[in-house]
Design a protein around this ligand. Sequence first.
Ligand code: ZN
Ligand code: ZN
Length: 253
Amino acid sequence: MKYSLTLNDLVDKRYNLHTHTYRCKHATGEDREYVEKAIKAGYEVLGFSDHMPHVFDNKYISRIRMTMDELEGYVHSIESLKKEYQKDITIYLGLEAEYFPTTYERSMAIIDQYPLDYMILGQHFLDDEIGYKHVGKSGQDESVLSAYVDRVLEALDLERFIYVAHPDIVNYIGDDETYAKHMLRLLNEFKKRNLPIELNMGGFRDGYHYPSKRLIQLGLENKNDFIIAADAHMPEEIADYETYNILKKSLDI
Ligand SMILES: [Zn+2]
Ligand SMILES: [Zn+2]
């Protein structure tokens, strides 16, 4: 693995590694407020994983992530909070990344200059974001479901990701058999690599199609591990016990 932090280091700790900042243009609050909420909520570990900047073609500027120019300020802010709050909470510096084969090398050439502790994979798009073909709009198209699973599997081979955020973000609405055929390729790979299925509190809160009951069912039958993550886009979402408890209950068989 590229980074030293693993989920094994966090066993028995109260942690959340899925936290955003205002830089992604769809989150609010100051970085410090997330830290203070996490401390109050009793977390021992807080990881920041804002949406990773990519160097897109034709100078395309994403409306859902920081620009590469903002990366330095992000790193600096999280690194200073790490020191300032070290007595109260362990803070890690991460990013939620997409694997876009066409831009990967050039984006990582810049990202790798910074001292990240971990990366989460959050594959919202298949190729790049231009045109906004979100995998959440896959409908009944099996080829999108299949391509999504292929892309995530390719990304895991990069040995960079501590886990996969909302693996059920792909929104295939066709029959259960086809869904299971492809998603089990993913879930079996998760087991091989000791990766959990993330149940995403943000998706639940916002009424999205994930966490998917179908995926939870498959994961339970397949004996996968699960984690529940805040995907906080507002400081108070770190301490959203109500959603946490509902998701936890969905794992009771
Ligand atoms: Zn986001
Ligand atoms: Zn996220």
